[in-house]
Design a protein around this ligand. Structure first.
Ligand code: A3P
Length: 289
């Protein structure tokens, strides 16, 4: 039996380990002061998690939580045999907990909404996510072999990848952003002006912070700093889980890398398909089309 199997759950492909344990995940008991970082994979999860962790450490890098095996912000649906599950880690975490998830909104455990937990959603443009996800598949043993780029891109456009369709994910969270406590942010905005976006997070979380502390967060969460910070660059994970020998997890960290990977034909097809899938939403990304 392969670790690599992706199986559908309510129309969304998830790893078999997640689907096999769905009842445990679905019945997860959220707390009212949980803060969730929700993203489609490769949208800037690790970056946003580090920012929020530093906010909760009042901008003091030394005070950041350091006691998780996987990363400092447990990943709700994390399940790798032989390692503590995300839920095990969360159950052992004092409040306020930071929780990371890639679930589409319709699969979120209900208790997050019942407890009125806050969610920071980060969206990144579809093309850069496709490129980043393609490289990630080459690193992570639990993900299927992506095949050649052209094939992966085709699967991605069809939603035949882990966590399903990027289009459905970003739209699903966008449409519900006023129904729950959701702050909807964009990777490209964070790249453009991190301080402005961190201030939005602070406001949303009801936190005050000195300019000095805010500057420290900007500094410690820059791509260059995080790339060399072994607490967040996943270098502490065994090679069997993620092999970074050729492609580092902290790969490029820019907006617009898709231009180095999409052919003209791929780009035209992608844009046509994108227009169809994104028609009828007022959600707009600035680096695509
Ligand atoms: P690239 O592969 O395009 O470089 P996630 O954490 O959701 O898996 O997303 C990973 C992507 O975010 C990678 O994109 C990674 O380089 C990028 N990233 C991580 N930390 C970052 C930071 N501090 N600033 C900008 N991008 C960052």
């Amino acid at each position: 039996e392969s670790l690599q199997a992706l199986v559908p759950l309510h129309g969304v492909l998830l790893s078999k380990d997640v689907v096999d344990n769905w009842e445990t995940i679905e019945s997860f008991q959220a707390r009212s002061d949980d803060v969730v970082i929700a993203t489609y994979p490769k949208a800037g999860t690790t970056w946003a998690s580090e920012i929020i962790d530093m906010i909760y450490a009042d901008g003091d890098h030394e005070k950041c939580r350091r006691d998780y095996i996987f990363n400092r912000v447990p990943y709700l649906e994390f399940r790798v045999p032989g390692m503590p599950t995300g839920i095990d880690q969360l159950n052992g975490t004092p409040s306020p907990r930071l929780v990371k998830t890639h679930l589409p909104i319709h699969l979120m455990p209900n208790s997050f909404w019942e407890k009125k937990a806050k969610v920071i959603y980060v969206a990144r443009n579809a093309k850069d996510v496709a490129v980043s996800y393609f490289f990630f598949h080459q690193n992570v043993s639990a993900l299927p072999d992506p095949g050649p780029w052209d094939k992966f891109l085709d699967n991605y456009m069809k939603g035949n990848v882990g966590y399903g369709s990027w289009y459905d994910h970003v739209k699903g969270w966008w449409e519900k952003r006023h129904d729950y406590k959701i702050l909807y942010l964009f990777y490209e905005d964070m790249k453009e002006e991190p301080k402005r976006e961190i201030r939005k997070m602070l406001d949303f979380l009801g936190k005050n912070m000195s300019d000095d502390a805010l500057n420290k967060i900007v500094y410690h969460t820059s791509f260059d700093f995080m790339k060399t910070n072994d607490k967040v660059n996943y270098k502490s994970l065994p090679k069997e889980v993620i092999d970074q020998s050729t492609i580092p997890f902290m790969r490029k960290g820019i907006a617009g890398d898709w231009k180095n990977h999409f052919t003209v034909t791929q780009n035209e097809e992608f844009d046509g398909d994108y227009k169809r899938k994104m028609s009828g939403t007022d959600l707009h990304f600035r680096t695509v089309i």
